[in-house]
Write a protein of this length. Sequence first.
Length: 354
Amino acid sequence: MAKPEQTEKATPKRRNEARERGQVPRSTDLAGAVIFLAVVLTLHALFAPMMNGLTGEAAAYFSRIAQQHDPTYQSMLSLFVQASGGIGWVVLIVFGIAIVAGIGANLMQFGFVLTTVPFKWSFSKLNPINGFKNIFSKRIFVNLAKQLIKLSAVVIIIYSTLSSNMGIFAQVGQTDPAGVISLTFDVIFTVAWKFGLFLVVIGLLDYAYERWQLEENLKMTKQEVKDEWKQSEGNPEAKAALKRRQRDFARRRMMQAVPRATVVVTNPTHYAIALEWDEIKMDAPVVIAKGADLVAKRIRDIAIEHHIPLMENPPLARTLYERVELGHPIPPNLYAAVAQVIAFVYKLKRKIIA
């Protein structure tokens, strides 16, 4: 049961850890009820062919006994095995249905879980104090209440079924053996399927209780939630430091790209955008560096150091800074303005060469 300070719902991480330990909502009553009801319905469906098979095998069995001139233990055992072989397929079908129903009932409750944690040895399991506490735990009283309810239900179902069939039982003396068997089976089946259905309902309620109980046990304190968030998201100071390092690294790479620039468009002091253009390899000029204020000054200094032309065009510089991401080509609506700048740079270079 959750402690008073455990007021927060379990996080997905805590749920996953509990699942890995085998802590899942599971009702053994529901699984047992599904198996019981499945077996009852299967036996009812197979009753007629099973009885016909038994009748035929029994007739053949006694016929073979009559033909035995010198019966021995081995021969009689062989005849009995042959006679009982007819119901073997019924047993296999019922057994298979029970396995499938059991697996299906558990998968519907908690899916597929593979863990060895519940089987690990723990010294606390041998603690007599814990064992004494379990004797008077709430779970024990809940289980006791369930058993009493089941016992009451089966008594009520048997009584109501027998009461409603009293008139038929009065005619048993006038019925042939096959009719008596059929009547008895019908009564047993009625009691069984009603009780099985009742067990399924109890199992569903028990599953809901187990699910609620697990949610209560997995509840967390506010501090546990905060600690888990810090572990998963990382320490805020460490994250801030990592972001600073990433920004510094990206800025250094950007500055290293400035010497490749064809031209640097400036504001002239607030913005600086370095453009690279290769008419053979590129479809449009690419922004390889950009910055404002101190970063812009550093870009201009590197450009001057490497003899990269600086072009003052405040409107174009502001537009490139705001609309074009680093490493992206300029959009078509800026082709004309950038083309004029680059054409001027090429013209300036030709004059210098001449």
